[in-house]
Design a protein around this ligand. Structure first.
Ligand code: TRP
Length: 366
C-alpha cells in the first residue's frame, strides 16, 4: 500500500496530572473504539511530556510523575498495547528537529492568533512573560502529527485550532518543498455534550487548577461525593419546583454518559433521558434522585476502568517496558519521515551524493 493511503491515528495528552472524565468522553473512549475497529493501519497515542514542560518548566517532577499516571489511565480505559502504540514525546528527538524546520514556516503573528493558545495565555497569565516554547507548542504538535503521517486526530473541540494550524504548515511545506506531509483531520466526539464536558461546578471546562474534575482513578466514594456536591439549577430549591436543564451539570453529564438501557435498569419510570428531563422541567423531580441515577450511570463506565487500573498499578516495570517499546517503534517511523523531510528540503548532505556533485560542478564551471 502506498504510504499516503495508510490510515493512521495520532493523538495524545499532556501529562500534568491524572486524566479525568472530560478526557474520557472527549477522546479516550473514541480511541478505544477506533483501535478495536481494526480499520486503522496504525494507532499512536503520545504522552506529550515536552508539551507539558512548555508551561511547567519549573516543575519537571510533576510532569515525570504524571507520565506514568497517564499511561495507567490509558491502559485502564482499554488502550491495548498489542493494538496501539503508546509512547513518550520527549523520547523521539526527531519531533524536535521537525519542529525547528516548521517554525520557519510560521510567522509570530500567526502563532499569537491561535485561539486556544490565546485563551491559555490569558488563563495562565505567565506574568506577561510567555515562554517561546509555549507559543510554539502548536508547531511542535504539527511535528507530532506529521511525523507519523497521521490523517486522523481524535480529540476534543479545543484541539481544532491546532489542527487548522497543522494543515496550514503542511500545505506550506508541501508547496515549498514538494509533497511529503499528510494533512490531518480532527475527529470530534459525535455527542455534543462530549465535546467539552464542564466541571462539576458547572464551569466551562474541567480543570485541575479549579478542582472541579472527576478523575478516572477516583474511588467510588470520591465520585459519589463529587456528584453529591455537583452544580445543578440554583433556582430549583424544592422537589416540586420546575427546574432548568440548560447549564445543569447533572443533565449535561447524563447527555454525555447515559443510554436508554440505564433507565430500564435503574429508573424504569422513564423510558429515556427526554422523559426524565421533561419531568424535571415540569417540577416534581428532585436533584438527589437525579444525582443518584447519574452516579449509577457513571459507575458503569468508571468501575471497570478503576479495576483494570489497579491491576496495572501492580506492574509499574511492565508499564515502563511497554512505554520504552512503544517509543522505539514510534521513533523508527519519525526517523523515516524526518529523512524524507530533509530530502525534500535538500539538506541531507551526506545521504544524497547529488548535493555534493552540484557543488563540484559549480566549481568546475568557473
Ligand atoms: N495538546 C494536547 C493536549 O492538550 C496534547 C497533544 C500534543 C496532542 N500533541 C498532540 C493531541 C498531537 C493531538 C495530537 O492534551
Amino acid at each position: 500500500m502506498a504510504e499516503a493511503e495508510k490510515k493512521v491515528i495520532l493523538t495524545g495528552d499532556r501529562p500534568t496530572g491524572r486524566l479525568h472524565i472530560g478526557h474520557y468522553v472527549g477522546s479516550l473512549q473514541d480511541r478505544v473504539k477506533l483501535q478495536n475497529s481494526g480499520s486503522f493501519d496504525d494507532v499512536l497515542i503520545m504522552i506529550a511530556d515536552a508539551q507539558a514542560l512548555t508551561d511547567n518548566a519549573d516543575n519537571p517532577d510533576k510532569v515525570r510523575e504524571s507520565v506514568i499516571e497517564v499511561a495507567l489511565d490509558y491502559l485502564a480505559c482499554g488502550i491495548d498495547p498489542t493494538k496501539s502504540t503508546i509512547f513518550i514525546q520527549s523520547q523521539i528527538p526527531e519531533l524536535f528537529e521537525l519542529t525547528a524546520y516548521y517554525m520557519d514556516l510560521v510567522s509570530l503573528a500567526r502563532a499569537e492568533r491561535n485561539p486556544t493558545v490565546k485563551a491559555e495565555i490569558k488563563q495562565r497569565g505567565f506574568n506577561g512573560e510567555v515562554p517561546m516554547g509555549f507559543l510554539a507548542y502548536p508547531i511542535s504538535q504539527t511535528a507530532d502529527i506529521t511525523a507519523f503521517k497521521a490523517n486522523t486526530v481524535p480529540a476534543g473541540e479545543d484541539q481544532e485550532p491546532m489542527l487548522e494550524q497543522a494543515r496550514e504548515i503542511v500545505r506550506k511545506f508541501n508547496t515549498t518543498y514538494g509533497d511529503v506531509l499528510v494533512e490531518p483531520e480532527v475527529l470530534l466526539p459525535s455527542r455534543e455534550a462530549c465535546k467539552r464536558l464542564p466541571g462539576t461546578d458547572g464551569k466551562a471546562k474541567m480543570s485541575k487548577s479549579i478542582g472541579n474534575c472527576i478523575y478516572l482513578s477516583d474511588s467510588a466514594e470520591t465520585v459519589a461525593k463529587k456528584i453529591r456536591g455537583m452544580y445543578t439549577d440554583p433556582t430549583h430549591l424544592q422537589v416540586k419546583d420546575p427546574g432548568k436543564i440548560e447549564g445543569n451539570t447533572v443533565f449535561t453529564y447524563l447527555d454525555a454518559f447515559c443510554d436508554d438501557r440505564f433507565f430500564a435498569e435503574y429508573l424504569p419510570e422513564y423510558a429515556n433521558l427526554e422523559e426524565m428531563k421533561d419531568h424535571y422541567r415540569r417540577g416534581g423531580l428532585g436533584d438527589v434522585k437525579c444525582k443518584k441515577f447519574l452516579n449509577r450511570v457513571l459507575e458503569e463506565t468508571l468501575e471497570p476502568i478503576r479495576t483494570r487500573r489497579h491491576t496495572y498499578e501492580q506492574d509499574i516495570p511492565g508499564v515502563y517496558d511497554m512505554l520504552a517499546a512503544g517509543s522505539a517503534y514510534a521513533e523508527s517511523i519519525a526517523a523515516h519521515t524526518l529523512s524524507e523531510v530533509k530530502d525534500a528540503m535538500r539538506i541531507n548532505y551526506f545521504d544524497d551524493a547529488s548535493l555534493m556533485h552540484e557543488q563540484i560542478d559549480r566549481y568546475a564551471d568557473r
